[in-house]
Design a protein around this ligand. Structure first.
Ligand code: KG4
Ligand code: ZN
Length: 345
């Protein structure tokens, strides 16, 4: 059995987890900084780094305690090295190096985007969401990676073999949710706030534009954001009640419409055996439901999405991803650097 301590500090969550054989979560601790950043309406990088410094040791110790592990029971230490905020990544990177050096353990560097996809290999309890079959997933797989910084359609032909099909040419989907959340005067982060506000709204109330960018798997959300701004400017105070719910629902529907349609089309074109919704925005209930329906209608393959706690940033997914690299013999050197602009492909 391979046990990996994984550390994640790429943005505003300080997270540590112990994962066995890339599948079993022995512990998964996340300290969120959301309340610290809420007053700024977004992540304040220097405050994020300082909060990571305060939290990293207690969070890591809690992960070890909850996994009933001593450091000598570990086979490796893994850490997210990018993409993300440089100052935040440095805190996790140095903590991981310290533990690896102190305990003579191998170090594995992990790409945060790849880790979001590997959340699908983790065993989950309670069947809150449809989980991949016990025998595992078969390739090729189509991943829709939608987070605060990324919106990409990726074809996964094998472990570690990725093909970029398309992505956003301006704002990421999560970024659009967060910016529109601010326009609607909703609490940060915008994604969950908009989903909540949209519950009572009519998604057809305002027909917001969809950027179809024909003949490509690319996305654009900046025009949509401007269209929401124009709607909001019609009000003398931020919209409330019925109109707020309708605006939130109509915006959410516009994002989900394009994401789900292009995902279903790509699943068909590339013969994917399943679709993996990955990243923070895959927590969105409307995105999950509509994508599952459209993919089912168009190609009849399953759409998987991790439980909420594994959609947003966490270290268990880093441990799952690190396992693949570890068994392939990959090791990071002591000169492992942070890579804020790291890409998947
Ligand atoms: O993956 P993640 O936790 O961090 C990054 O790697 O960026 O994603 C965070 C993003 C934020 O933009 C947040 O608003 C969005 O995921 N998000 C959601 C929902 N929950 C989180 N967006 C839409 N609906 C949600 N329920
Ligand atoms: Zn993320």
């Amino acid at each position: 059995m391979i046990r990996i301590l994984a550390i994640e500090t790429s943005c505003d969550e300080t997270a540590a987890a112990v994962v066995e054989d890339g599948r079993r979560i022995l512990s998964n601790v996340v300290a969120s900084q959301v309340e610290l950043h809420a007053q700024y309406g977004g992540v304040f990088p220097e405050i994020a780094s300082r909060a990571h410094i305060e939290a990293i040791v207690p969070v890591t110790e809690q992960a070890m305690r909850e996994a009933h592990m001593g450091y000598d029971d570990l086979d490796a230490v893994a850490v997210t090295c990018g993409p993300g905020l440089a100052g935040s990544l440095l805190v996790g990177g140095n903590a991981a190096k310290g533990i690896a050096l102190g305990r003579d353990l191998p170090l594995v560097g992990v790409n945060h985007l790849e880790a979001h996809i590997y959340a699908h290999w983790l065993e989950t309890e309670g069947k809150e969401t449809p989980s991949p079959p016990a025998g595992g997933l078969e390739f090729p797989l189509l991943a829709l990676l939608v987070s605060g910084g990324h919106t990409e359609l990726i074809l996964m032909r094998n472990h570690g073999a990725y093909e970029y099909l398309g992505g956003t040419i301006d704002d990421a989907a999560g970024e659009a949710f967060d910016k529109v959340g601010r326009l609607l005067d909703l609490p940060y982060p915008g994604g969950p706030s908009i989903q909540k506000a949209a519950k009572e709204g009519n998604p057809a109330a305002v027909s917001f534009p969809r950027a179809w960018l024909e003949d490509s798997y690319d996305f654009s959300f900046s025009g949509l954001k401007t269209a929401v701004l124009r709607e909001v400017q019609k009000y003398s105070v931020p919209p409330q009640g019925r109109s707020l719910a309708d605006l939130a629902a109509s915006f959410q529907a516009a994002v989900v419409d394009v994401l789900s349609a292009k995902t279903a089309q790509a699943a068909e074109e590339f013969g994917a055996t399943a679709v993996l919704l990955s990243g923070g925005v895959s927590a969105n209930a409307a995105l999950r439901k509509t994508t599952a329906e459209r993919v089912r209608e168009r190609v009849g393959v399953p759409v998987y999405y991790p439980p909420l706690s594994l959609c947003t940033d966490n270290a268990a997914m880093v441990g799952a991803c690190a396992y693949r690299h570890f068994i392939a013999g990959e090791r990071a050197g002591w000169d492992l650097d942070v890579l804020p602009g790291l890409r998947l492909v």
